[in-house]
Design a protein around this ligand. Structure first.
Ligand code: ZN
Length: 240
């Protein structure tokens, strides 16, 4: 069990907790002790396996209200692996000045990651331009919340919309990562990193997500960790 990493999502969670007037109760929350570092029950802690990869590309998570508090949120895993991760709470009526400053950084090219079929076709792209450092803006929310966030964030309207359905690399990753018909935030971030030519970071994030998902389920069913599982072996091999 390790202390919580001071990364973008854990800091956002702390700020969100400080603002809540009543304790957040996770759905199906157990009384077992959870590690503040990885959020798993302590018997299934994975903190010591955490990979960290330097990237040129950045990730900006726009998180819907309670998202940073959910134990199953995978934006947290993105912040674990990718140091250049930024996280902001989304509000309909205002935008965080730090978010606006990040989006205006001339060194970066923001992309709003969203399905192209829901965007103005003139904005839709399927690849990352070489040159400026890409900043992938991910709407971390349920699908219906994300659609609302996409429509009601005018400060995002000037950026291209990166639609992940095209491209060979993304199709490969889609096959590998589709879970129950939708992608979680960490899956989407891994696909973006892959498109940006950050293959090692993409693989590290995908493997980290796989190890997390596996341990999460094993903990739920009160079964022991399997350090020899395919996901563990992939992560360890990648980090050697
Ligand atoms: Zn842990």
């Amino acid at each position: 069990m390790l202390p919580a990493p001071a990364h973008a999502v854990s800091l956002l969670r702390d700020a969100r907790l400080a603002r809540s007037t009543r304790p957040f109760l996770a759905r199906g929350g157990s009384r077992r002790v959870h590690c503040p570092g990885c959020r798993l029950v302590t018997s299934h802690c994975m903190c010591l396996l955490r990979p960290q990869v330097a990237t040129r590309a950045g990730v900006c998570l726009l998180m819907h209200d309670a998202e940073p508090l959910k134990p199953s949120n995978t934006g947290w895993l993105v912040a674990d692996v990718v140091a250049d991760t930024h996280a902001f709470g989304w509000a309909r009526t205002e935008a965080d000045p730090a978010l606006l400053a990040l989006l205006s950084d001339p060194q970066r090219q923001p992309y709003v990651v969203f399905p192209g079929e829901f965007a103005d076709p003139a904005r839709v792209v399927h690849a990352v331009e070489p040159g400026a450092r890409p900043l992938f803006v991910l709407l971390d929310a349920t699908w219906s919340e994300a659609r609302k966030m996409f429509r009601k964030s005018p400060y995002l309207d000037r950026f291209p919309v990166l639609s992940l359905e095209g491209g060979e690399a993304s199709r490969y990753r889609l096959r590998r990562s589709r879970r129950g018909g939708h992608f979680c935030t960490a899956d989407v971030a891994a696909q973006c990193l892959d498109l940006a030519g950050e293959g090692v970071a993409a693989d590290a994030l995908q493997d980290w997500l796989d190890v997390y998902s596996e341990r999460y389920l094993l903990a739920m069913h009160q079964r022991p960790v399997d350090e020899a599982s395919a996901a563990h072996v992939r992560l360890q091999t990648l980090m050697e």
